[in-house]
Structures are given as structure tokens and as C-alpha cells.
Ligand binder design. Structure first.
Ligand code: PEP
Ligand code: MN
Length: 262
């Protein structure tokens, strides 16, 4: 059960030798899409050196246009594993469809994307897996609906659920989405599950990632999901919101300092 009432103590999700929740600040970073082995290995090494504890990258991509790059698929998962072997960073990657599940055996954390937050069959299936599941908030999902999606996974016996706020749809169009930082204190009250904030998809703009990431840490987030690309101008996906490794380095240091101070 995701409800704090029935489970007062915070859930701490163990991933490899790192923990999400329990007072840690988890930095998940990496490219929106895995583009090549060299690309993902180079980014993984850079973000690890900056203090990231998990590598996040997409192999199966839910793109709005069918003409956009759809991800490298199974090959992308192989490159992520190479990057994990080179750096020791656990990998977080999105599962889009049930048919892909057998390929996700060696993945460390399964991401359920915003568009699939209410794909109930997918949620039931990952509820029977013995690995953590990070559920991104649907673009127009209420807290209650989001928590019900967590319940779907937990009802199958998988208690290792992480929530990820990635911005919601509002009337504002300057930013890609509107980041709902109030979700942190509200979810803390309603649930014991760890909360990750994704300022990259929430804003769609690289220059807004820093202030909102700082705000998320100040508000008590358990971690951040930040897109980092070695060459954002030529990224195959989400370049405008991606940080260069050297920019991520400066931000990671500030975030960890702020978290220590709190
Ligand atoms: C992503 O994490 O790369 C992604 C597609 O995000 P969302 O599901 O939040 O749109
Ligand atoms: Mn992305």
C-alpha cells in the first residue's frame, strides 16, 4: 500500500549499492536517448565524476511524432549495460510496452513514462518484477491517480516504487510543462514512497534546470532526474533541455551542497 497511514516509515529503495530515499539525494543523469555506445559511455563517465549515482537513458522512446527518432531499442539497452560495466552506475530506462519486458531483465530500475502512467496492464506486469519501478506522473494526473498507479504495482507484490514529477500540462506554454513542486510536501504527507523531480522535462529549457533543481532540493526531493548530453545542439531527442556535462558538474556540486546544508 502506498498510503502513509498504513505504512508510516519512509520507503528506501535499494538499487545496487545506492539507496533512493532515506535522506540521500539521488542524482539520475544521462542522455534522453542512447545514441551510440561511445556517447552513452562518455556521458556516464562524466556524470559519475560529477556525483551522479544512477545513469538514466532511453532506448525505447515515446515520441510525439512517428517521424522523430524512436530510440535504438534493444541495441540501446546493450549500450546502457556497457556504460554500467564501465562506471558501475545502475541504469534506469523506460519500458514502453509489455512485449519489451524480457529485454529488461538486466535493467536496474524500470521507468514507466508519463504517457503510460495509466497503462494498467503494464503496471500490473511490472508489479510482478523484482526490481524497482519509477512511475512518472501523467501529464494531467492528480496525486490520487498517480498514487493509484503506484498501488497497481504494489498490489502485485513489488513494493519498490519511486514517484517522479516531470511537470504537468497547464495553460502556460513558455515552458514545456509546469513543474509542481508542491507535490513534494503533499506526497510526503500522503505516501511513504521516494520522490524524484525531473526539471528537464518539466521546463524543456536547459537554463531553467538549475533554478528548479535547486528549488526541488530545497523543497525536500529525494533526488533529481536530469538530462545531460555531450552535444545538446545535435541531440536526437530533447537537446534544448539537456545540460552539457560541464554544466551538470557545476549544478551537481551545488545540489549536493544544498542537500548537505539541509
Ligand atoms: C523521458 O523521461 O525521457 C520521457 C519521455 O519523459 P516523460 O514520460 O516524463 O514525458
Ligand atoms: Mn527526454
Amino acid at each position: 500500500n502506498a498510503n502513509r497511514k498504513f505504512h508510516p516509515e519512509d520507503t528506501v529503495v535499494q538499487v545496487g549499492n545506492t539507496q533512493i530515499g532515506g535522506g540521500n539525494l539521488t542524482l539520475m543523469a544521462g542522455p534522453c536517448s542512447v545514441e551510440s555506445e561511445e556517447q552513452v559511455v562518455a556521458i556516464a563517465k562524466a556524470v559519475k565524476a560529477s556525483g551522479a549515482t544512477m545513469l538514466r537513458g532511453g532506448a525505447f522512446k515515446p515520441r510525439t511524432s512517428p517521424y522523430s527518432f524512436q530510440g535504438l531499442g534493444a541495441t540501446g539497452l546493450e549500450y546502457l549495460k556497457v556504460a554500467r560495466q564501465e562506471t558501475g552506475l545502475p541504469i534506469v530506462t523506460e519500458l514502453m510496452d509489455l512485449s519489451q519486458l524480457p529485454l529488461f531483465k538486466d535493467v536496474d530500475v524500470i521507468q514507466i513514462g508519463a504517457r503510460n502512467m495509466q497503462n494498467f496492464d503494464l503496471l500490473k506486469a511490472v508489479g510482478h518484477q523484482d526490481k524497482p519501478v519509477m512511475i512518472k506522473r501523467g501529464m494531467s494526473a492528480t496525486y490520487e491517480e498517480w498514487l493509484m498507479s503506484a498501488e497497481y504495482v504494489m498490489a502485485g507484490g513489488n513494493e519498490n516504487v519511486i514517484l517522479c514529477e516531470r511537470g504537468i500540462r497547464t495553460f502556460e506554454s513558455y515552458t514545456r510543462n509546469t513543474l509542481d513542486l508542491a507535490c513534494i510536501p503533499v506526497l510526503r504527507k500522503l505516501t511513504h514512497l521516494p520522490i524524484i523531480i525531473d526539471p528537464s522535462h518539466a521546463t524543456g529549457k536547459s537554463w531553467l534546470v538549475d533554478p528548479l533543481a535547486m528549488g526541488a532540493v530545497a523543497t525536500g526531493a529525494d533526488g533529481l532526474l536530469i538530462e545531460v548530453h555531450n552535444d545538446p545542439a545535435h541531440a536526437l531527442c530533447d537537446g534544448p533541455q539537456s545540460l552539457k556535462p560541464e554544466v551538470f558538474d557545476g549544478l551537481a556540486k551545488k545540489l549536493l551542497k544544498l542537500h548537505d546544508f539541509m
